[in-house]
Design a protein around this ligand. Sequence first.
Ligand SMILES: [Mg+2]
Length: 238
Amino acid sequence: MRAEAIIFDVDGTLAETEEIHRLAFNETFTHFGLDWYWNRPLYRQLLDITGGKERIRAFVANHRAPDGPRALEQVAEMHAAKTEIYTQLVAEGAARLRPGVLRLITEAKDKGVRLAIATTTSLPNVEALLQAAFGMPSSSIFEVIGAGDIVAAKKPAPDIYRHVLDELRMPTFACIAIEDSRNGLDSARAAGLPTLVTPSIYTSHQSFPGALAVVPDLDTPPVSLDTIAKWRAADAGW
Ligand SMILES: [Mg+2]
């Protein structure tokens, strides 16, 4: 059957945003007088923790970070500053949509397929990205945006997908999720959603058991509503 709603993850799925997040974190650390620097291999590890505040706390707990206790007292302020830096970078055009994203979204809108977002990133980050990438407010494209701290348990818990499904008032079998990471896949699958995975630069080393399909991006091969319907017909699980 054809999907009646598509629920997108944001970071790594709509755009390769993680490198911009990393730069924003590092700039924030300097701003707060912390001698911390997250290089790419370290950030790849830290991405196992979803949510920016949670990631900072995990770094302090697991990496003997200098000034850790002081930083922990300022996590909320640091995260707010990081969000400001990130949204500024994105507004300046630092993030571009990944291949095929705009085409699939355009096809979905033309055919009346509903669109939603399920992400652990903060709402201002999502809105900045969507405004910059699509040139219009996010609400004119996505009917439901589940973001940030709206649920207590972040991915890989299924809560954010359940929240979005409730808001859409849609059954899982009528929807599909698109994700780039194992945490995201596990979250969507735990909510009962068939999930297409387009691995990103920071998740290409991961494995994706239970995915409906794994493709390099939405243009390789060109993924349309028909393609998704064929994958679902071929997968007895759905
Ligand atoms: Mg992601």
